[in-house]
Design a protein. Structure first.
Lengths: 195, 208
């Protein structure tokens, strides 16, 4: 069994990929309620937003509702976008927080933390691992605490950098690395027993 | 290399660290198993990225955004209710002020009317008193008219008295009728003038 220890070189500062002129223009257009701006965001980030929401909420219907809710929140808050982070980072932060809200509402309603896809079929990308492994991992992810699940989803599934994740979650990059490491160790412990 | 060293490499997770971990695992069965599980989880995770067709999602979002914009521009129910309540309160306040003022004005008008009436009645009384004085002076001449002219004056005064009596009866029914009061005043003046003519005629007759 591997010993858990604190990382030797943890980066404590939060890296915030700054906003570009395009980000500011997009935010201004959203604040002005321009439909074209929202459509551009959907075309650019929509697929990833849906995927992130799905891995937090576990079913397509809730994931799509969360994406829609996130767009409404972007519309309401676009005028407050400060430009400290990239606009996409800001949008993902809103989406992740929306997913947390949904999970908390679920918890209050004493529902299952995560359900199966409720009969909605979606197409998994072609890969080298079999469906049994994917199912195992999804079950293990469902049992993780919110933040661990988010860091794992954003890094391992969505391929984001620790700098981006740190900015989305408002944590340091080193903390993001540490959370991922701890999560993977936890998953590894259960991985073999669930196969 | 100890296990905590491979942990350091896995924690860093960058390309160089993972290559170093791989090199170490080649000669360490325990670390090899750890690294294999580590990579298997990462590989499985990469295949979990989900894509699915959702043709209706964007139209749904667009509609929700449109409704949100419309909702922002349209006053909310509570705003309408508050506006109605405010309007009613203001209306009631304005009505109250106007009502109180009109009551005060009506009260003032009534006071003025009563005051004017009192003044008119006092003037009538003084006029009547003066006429009564003249009537007393003219009475002996009119009792036994010595000329046809004096007889005519007597008849005229009798007619004026009847008309004055009728007019006073009507005024008693409506004290504030200014028209009747003007008629009464005209008749009193006519009576006064007639009595003065009687007295003047008497003195003329005396001179003749």
């Amino acid at each position: 069994m591997l010993a858990v220890h604190f990382p030797t070189a943890v980066t404590t500062e939060i890296q915030k990929p700054g906003a570009s002129d395009e980000d500011r223009r997009l935010a201004a257009a959203c604040a002005a309620g321009e439909s074209g701006a929202f459509e551009a965001i959907y075309r650019t980030f929509g697929e990833r937003m849906k995927s992130i929401a799905l891995h937090h909420l576990g079913n397509v219907a809730d994931a799509e509702d969360a994406v829609q809710e996130a767009f409404l929140k972007v519309h309401r808050a676009a005028s407050t976008y400060s430009g400290e982070a990239a606009f996409s980072t800001w949008v993902y932060r809103i989406l992740v927080n929306t997913c947390y809200d949904v999970l908390r509402r679920r918890k209050r309603r004493r529902e299952e933390a995560l359900n199966e896809e409720e009969g909605v079929v979606f197409e998994w990308k072609a890969d080298t691992v079999d469906d049994a492994k994917r199912l195992t991992l999804r079950k293990l992810l469902a049992d993780l605490p919110e933040q661990k699940r988010t860091v794992f989803t954003l890094f391992e599934i969505e391929g984001m950098s620790h700098a981006e994740i740190a900015s989305i979650l408002g944590i340091s990059e080193g903390n993001s690395k540490w959370i991922l490491f701890a999560t993977k160790k936890q998953l590894k412990e259960r991985w073999n027993t669930n196969q | 290399m100890k296990n905590d060293h491979i942990d350091d490499l896995l924690l860093e997770g960058d390309e160089a660290s993972m290559r170093a971990a791989g090199e170490h695992a080649a000669g360490c069965a325990e670390c090899a198993a750890t690294l294999a599980a580590w990579n298997e989880i990462s590989g499985t995770a990469r295949s979990l990225r989900a894509t699915w067709q959702s043709d209706m999602l964007w139209p749904r979002i667009e509609r929700a955004l449109r409704e949100e914009r419309r909702g922002r521009s349209r006053p909310q129910f509570w705003q309408i209710a508050a506006a109605i309540a405010l309007t009613i309160s203001l209306g009631a306040g304005v009505w109250r002020v106007v009502h109180v003022r009109s009551e005060e004005a009506a009260f003032d008008r009534a006071i003025l009317r009563r005051s004017a009436l009192d003044q008119a009645e006092q003037a009538e009384k003084a006029h009547l008193q003066a006429i009564n004085e003249l009537e007393k002076l003219a009475e002996p001449k009119l009792e036994e008219p010595e000329s046809p002219l004096m007889g005519s004056y007597k008849e005229k005064l009798a007619l004026l008295d009847d008309a004055i009596a009728d007019c006073e009866t009507n005024i008693a029914r409506n004290r504030q009728n200014a028209h009747l009061r003007r008629q009464l005043l005209a008749m009193y003046s006519e009576k006064q003038k007639t009595l003065q003519d009687v007295l003047r005629e008497d003195s003329n007759v005396g001179k003749q």
